[in-house]
Design a protein around this ligand. Structure first.
Ligand code: GLU
Length: 442
């Protein structure tokens, strides 16, 4: 069976690292199993969904490396939801309710005060035709609830193992609002059936929804897909990411210069048993990652780990991969890349670092090193230079000055680069060349 999976964001905001997790888990699952990945925009909430957010989500996913096989928008599929609604009504599974939000609130409070669970009491099922006519004459419009079976719904979660959702302890969910628009629950099932979704991979905040939705799949005679509910990414304090949490939106991470691969690995491998380290490709991750590797515990995101992973990815990046990006900044030079990449935290650091080779550099020469640097200038070997030039030069300097270790090397580094850390001087020297070195040793 060819898997067909879907990622179903609501385009009511930009997506963040936590939203990238189900996107990538679905993507890897599809790619590793020769399947299809559907991007489904859950945009039935017309008041909050916008086309701009939908387009931005597509762009964010594309930056991350996720390329959907197809795209559907729920706002364009209303007729199918209407047909499903009518079938559920005809089967007596959808019933009209007239309570206002305030009335429901009051009933919930009363139930709590009496020590009862605050679930909907199905009062609307007891309304007579006459009652309904009366309520509508008052100007009330019904919202529609799905009548749950009240049986324990069981399914074998591909991540969490056997699950039981007891729908008897849940309120009958509202599927259709007063204005006739749909909440997420029904359209999702209708689409999953219509698109032949075989696996629903989503956050564990949806486990009880799955119980409800399995009942709806069955009521509509659709094939129930396999479910896999993953742990949710949280911040270091264990708090969930909200869509409004700016700094971890994918677009902000992009602006901050993180590699999409680093962001993807953090989003998907945090809270799994697969190590967080550079991988050569998404295909490699897809092959190694199995849903069973996702922890049943928490998935805490550590920003320091993102920084260090980002740096490690750059340190291991072959020139061929960096070249197109270096060309855009006029810095495509293989020897320079190979020397400098070990010092990168973000790719764009290359602009500053390359100045160590191309200049300008502001040499730092302490008063007590002045004489030593003059000596270094005089002893700088003539060209042509090779791999031994550095040791020839520093050996001669050692003998002449009596300096060694840090007092020999640090003043040279400060003079040649203007900073106390950086790439290996031996290789840097060769790239800088004799003339520029002489200028820096003044
Ligand atoms: N739009 C839903 C959400 O963002 C989709 C959940 C699902 O995958 O079914 O939570």
């Amino acid at each position: 069976m060819t898997p067909i999976v879907r990622y179903a964001p609501s385009p009511t905001g930009r997506i963040h690292l936590g939203n990238a997790r189900p996107a990538l888990l679905n993507w890897f699952y599809a790619k590793a199993n020769g399947g299809q990945f559907v991007l489904r925009m859950d945009d039935t909430d017309v008041a909050r969904s916008t086309r701009e957010f939908a387009d931005a989500i597509e762009a964010d996913l594309s930056w991350l490396g996720v390329r959907p096989d197809s795209l559907v928008r729920q706002s364009e599929r209303t007729q199918m939801y209407d047909a499903a609604r009518d079938r559920l009504m005809a089967a007596g599974r959808l019933y009209p309710c007239y309570e206002t939000g305030d009335e429901l609130d009051r009933r919930r409070k009363r139930a709590r005060a009496l020590g009862n669970p605050p679930i909907y009491d199905r009062a609307a099922l007891r309304l007579t035709d006459e009652d309904r006519v009366g309520l509508e004459a008052e100007g009330r419009r019904p919202h529609w609830r799905f009548k749950l079976d009240g049986r324990p719904v069981q399914f074998n979660d591909l991540i969490k193992g056997p699950q039981t959702v007891n729908t008897a302890s849940m309120s009958d969910p509202v599927l259709v609002r007063e204005d006739g628009s749909y909440l997420y629950t029904l359209p999702s099932v209708v689409d999953d059936i219509d698109l032949g979704i075989t696996h629903v991979i989503r956050g564990e905040d949806h486990v009880s929804n799955s119980g409800t939705q399995i009942e709806i799949f069955e009521a509509l005679g659709g094939k129930v897909p396999d479910f896999a509910h993953h742990n949710l990414l949280t911040d270091a304090e264990g708090q969930g990411f909200s869509k409004r949490l700016g700094s971890l939106s994918l677009s902000d991470l992009r602006t901050q210069g993180y590699e999409p691969m680093a962001v993807a690995i953090m989003a998907v491998l945090t809270g799994t048993s697969l190590p967080i380290e550079p991988y050569s490709s998404f295909a490699e991750i897809g092959e190694k990652l199995d849903l069973s590797m996702i922890s049943h515990g928490s998935a805490r995101f550590d920003p320091a780990e993102l920084d260090s992973l980002n740096a490690r990815i750059l340190h291991a990046m072959p020139y061929a991969d960096a070249k197109p990006r270096l060309e855009a900044t006029g810095l495509a030079d293989e020897a320079m890349w190979n020397l400098l990449r070990d010092n990168l935290h973000k790719f764009d650091d290359i602009r500053e670092l390359s100045k160590l080779v191309t200049g300008p550099v502001a040499p730092v020469i302490a008063a007590e090193d002045r004489e030593f640097i003059t000596q270094a200038r005089e002893l700088l070997p003539e060209e042509p230079w090779d791999n031994d030039t550095w040791s020839e030069w520093t050996n001669a300097l050692k003998e002449n000055s009596g300096r060694k270790g840090k007092s020999l090397f640090l003043p040279l580094r400060l003079a040649l680069t203007g900073r106390s850390d950086g790439p290996e001087l031996k290789f840097l020297l060769a790239l800088v060349g004799r003339k520029a070195c002489l200028d820096r040793l003044l």
